[in-house]
Design a protein around this ligand. Structure first.
Ligand SMILES: [Zn+2]
Length: 359
């Protein structure tokens, strides 16, 4: 998922970027001028850095006996530098490993800052993630830049004319909101223009085990989910799982539906007491994982029924009803029905329809 809709909209290959767009809707109108990171103490020697923009991915640091492992590098070089500054407040030990949980730009474009600060850092990802960075993320940078520029120009025009897209006069509240978004988007433009793509140097397919002294850290590929290359990081000793965007709060998102259910079941079975999602606050139980798994199961069962009745995709979309789940995801303010439908339900139904039809 991404910080900004224009960044996300540019390259949406069938749902892969949906969470980025979705979560950008929930940004407060009083958005900070730039992105700030709040530290959350996850477990002993494990810290999450939660950005003020929910469209930006979380980063996590695991401090070992002699070095540090970081999970995800945020969306921007300056975001990564902010996280590095926080880590340095905690320890003088160097970052030896940086893990990218998947290829989306809100998790990888800080890689270069880690390489600059720690020249010997080893960057690790699933082999599909490295390939998707080459095939999708890097080619999309130019589109991101032109998308943000267009957005900035359109908003400048609105502010100059005092009129919104539909020709109505801008309210004072709307004007304030647009001005703050302009500041943020100019910051993002500078950041994206300064990106030097920095690829993983070690890849794996199923499982990689690292040891920080006596502490074991498992990097696991559980199957297709948010992307085709998601990995989760499990620290057995502290029962912590860092889930990447297999878990995004408050709206789930991803490229896969049917196949993702098995992946989510595997995630739920890992021996853990704390989950750090790709976006949103640290979770101290499995409730949200189980809720999202049930929601995906419901979508699949409804789509399967529709296929049995030989309904078209359009008819299936019209007939689907999982509103009870939306209500359980959070308050109406947090997860508006329209956003839930637009960013989760419609693409999920379309994807499930496709996946089931191909089986
Ligand atoms: Zn994300």
């Amino acid at each position: 998922m991404h910080l900004k809709r224009s960044l996300a909209e540019r390259h949406i290959p069938r749902g892969e970027h949906i969470c980025c767009i979705a979560l950008s809707l929930f940004v407060s109108p009083l958005v900070a001028q730039t992105i700030e990171y709040t530290r959350a103490d996850v477990a002993e020697n494990v810290y999450a850095f939660i950005p003020s923009e929910i469209g930006v991915g979380n980063a996590v640091a695991i401090i070992g006996d002699t070095d540090v492992l970081v999970v995800d590098s945020t969306a921007t070089p300056s975001g990564a530098r902010a996280v590095i500054a926080e880590i340095r407040k905690l320890t003088p030990k160097p970052v030896r490993y940086l893990v990218n949980t998947h290829w989306h730009d809100d998790h990888i474009w800080g890689n270069q800052a880690f390489r600059a600060a720690f020249p010997n850092v080893v960057i690790i990802a699933h082999e599909n993630t490295r390939q998707d960075m080459i095939d999708k993320a890097i080619p999309s940078l130019a589109q991101s830049i032109s998308g943000i520029r267009k957005k900035l120009e359109a908003r400048d025009e609105q502010l100059k004319n005092g009129k919104s897209d539909d020709g109505r006069p801008l309210s004072e509240e709307r004007r304030t909101f647009l001005n703050k978004r302009q500041v943020l988007f100019k910051h993002l433009l500078n950041e994206i223009e300064s990106v030097t793509p920095t690829l993983p140097t070690i890849t794996f397919q199923r499982r990689l085990v690292l040891y920080q002294g006596s502490q074991q850290i498992n990097l696991l590929s559980l199957g297709k989910g948010h992307t085709r290359g998601d990995i989760v990081i499990h620290i057995p000793a502290s029962k912590v799982v860092i889930a990447g965007d297999l878990i995004t709060y408050p709206i789930p998102a991803g490229a896969f539906v049917f196949e993702r259910i098995e992946t989510m079941r595997k995630l739920a079975r890992i021996d853990q007491e704390v989950i750090v999602p790709g976006h949103g606050p640290v979770m101290r139980n499995n409730d949200y994982v189980l809720l999202i798994t049930s929601l995906l199961e419901k979508v699949v069962s409804r789509v399967r029924q529709a296929l049995d009745q030989e309904l078209s995709l359009e008819e299936t979309q019209k007939g689907i009803d999982v509103e009870g789940f939306r209500a359980r995801l959070g308050s109406q303010d947090l997860v508006p029905t329209r956003a839930f439908e637009r960013f989760f339900l419609r693409p999920a139904v379309e994807q499930a329809y496709k996946e089931l039809k191909e089986r």
